[in-house]
Design a protein around this ligand. Structure first.
Ligand SMILES: Cc1ncc(COP(=O)(O)O)c(C=O)c1O
Length: 445
């Protein structure tokens, strides 16, 4: 690298940390210094913590780069981008068995969090129209395993979160607990496909049947929102007979993250309503903008069109069979890894990766001297990012490691992870025996 600020040549140029620099710097210099700082980030491909896509085909990258300057909101100026968004909504509506897929109601968002906010708002508005009494406070029923976006929704929009704690070996919401918390002020039940904590699917059909029974017996008629951030792009391909979607009349809306198992780089999400009745018309703004009349339902205004275009590329490129093959490969890697790890005497599996290709495991009874946090740190020494974390109420006594298998995490990489994990466990076991410490790196091969 030969630039005006070549650190090798001893020139010192410090990027601004707190206030804007006085003068411009050459583009090459700015690029190189920022590029170099980013070397400190972990490798995205070795990040087994994230659900978000870390590998796409070069053609998808090229399309995204070509469209990076398109603002999704300028539908009048970029009508074909708007058309690709419409096609994605229609395809998802069909995939999720919307009763009128041709009249699909939905939109793209920046991710599942925004999608959840919009779906929650629709639920709240429908409840408000029903009870028509401003003195009452709405509530939303969900498991303690919900992603933080639902707690955010409740706080931002003044809704009481009715959280079902975990208990014993029940790590997510079930029908009995959900129904027990519903009353006339319940705007909905959030059911998750699948849980962020351990990759398990919540029993959505059972929850729907129990809510049907409640309504049938004269109780409140409570809709379900399915948070399918990950699973709504897994189950249609790998579990086609599982009834979790608009086939269940009680499911009012569904969200997914296009940037998770929708196989697109961040940030794109989707939210769909079963029909226009489930989305109160007053939430849709008809904006007159740059000569066009545009219906919008979104929290923000401008956002990049490139991720939506990449979503359409992925849907077009893979088709049903391609999606099935990619998701099956991820599930195969997950179940292979969980099988190997579950067979080690040091571990107990919480899930097997046979729902979402995601599984959690903890240390077996009798493991002393190290824990999942120590193992997570040891794996980091080889570049693997495998998070260790504690479960929510009432299982804060349980700490686990979670592995998210995604497109691009091949069997070969899984074999390498396994070898490193076995070596790390050997070292941790050896370190706690007197006189057998393995030196400063703590890692032997
Ligand atoms: C179940 C669930 N819901 C919502 C979210 C939030 O999704 P996003 O990051 O797309 O906003 C996540 C993220 O992990 C999730 O797992």
């Amino acid at each position: 690298m030969v630039t005006e600020a070549n650190p090798v040549l001893g020139e010192r140029l410090t990027p601004p940390k707190d206030r804007l620099g006085q003068d411009p710097v050459p583009a090459d210099v700015a690029y190189q210094l920022i590029h170099d700082e980013l070397l400190l980030d972990g490798s995205a491909r070795l990040n087994l913590a994230t659900f978000v896509t870390t590998w796409m085909e070069p053609q998808a990258r090229q399309l995204m780069a070509e469209c990076v300057d398109k603002n999704m909101i300028d539908k009048d100026e970029y009508p074909q981008t708007a058309e690709l968004e419409r096609r994605c909504v229609a395809i998802l509506a069909d995939l999720w068995h919307a009763p009128f897929a041709d009249r699909a109601t939905g939109c793209s968002t920046t991710g599942s969090s925004e999608a959840g906010m919009l779906a929650g708002l629709a639920l709240k508005r429908r409840w408000a129209a029903r009870v028509n009494d401003r003195t009452r406070r709405p509530n939303l029923v969900m498991g303690a395993n919900v992603q933080v976006c639902w707690e955010k929704f409740c706080r931002y929009w003044d809704v009481e979160p009715r959280i079902v704690p975990m208990t014993g070996e029940r790590y997510h919401l079930d029908a009995e607990q959900a129904v027990a918390r519903c009353d006339d002020d319940t705007i909905g039940v959030v059911a998750i496909l699948g849980s962020t904590f351990d990759g398990s699917y919540e029993p959505i059909a059972e929850i729907a049947a129990a809510l049907d029974e409640l309504a049938g017996a004269g109780g409140p008629d409570v809709p379900i929102h399915v948070d399918g951030a990950s699973g709504a792009m897994i189950a249609p391909f790998l579990d086609p007979d599982l009834r979790w979607d608009f086939r269940l009349p009680r499911v009012a809306s569904i969200n997914t993250s296009g940037h998770k198992y929708g196989l697109v780089y961040p940030g794109v999400g989707w939210v769909l309503w079963r029909d226009s009745d489930a989305l109160p018309a007053e939430l849709i703004f008809n904006v007159s903008y740059l000569g066009g009349n545009m219906p919008t339902f979104a929290l923000n205004f401008s956002r990049p069109g490139s991720a939506v275009i990449a979503q359409y590329y992925t849907l077009f490129r893979l088709g049903r069979n391609g999606f099935r093959a990619v998701q099956q490969a991820a599930r195969d890697v997950a179940t292979f890894l969980s099988g190997e790890i579950g067979a080690m005497p040091e571990f107990r599996l919480i899930t097997r990766g046979d729902e979402l290709p995601v599984f959690a495991f903890t240390t077996a009874d009798g493991v002393t001297g190290w824990d999942v946090f120590a193992l997570s740190r040891a794996l980091r020494e080889r570049g693997w990012q495998v998070p260790a974390y504690t479960f929510p109420a009432d299982r804060q006594d349980l700490s686990v490691l979670r592995i998210v298998c995604r497109n691009g995490f091949s069997h070969d990489l899984a074999d390498l992870l396994l070898a490193d994990l076995r070596a790390a466990v050997d070292n941790l076991n050896a370190d706690r025996r007197p006189g057998t410490a393995s030196g400063p790196s703590g890692f032997r091969h």
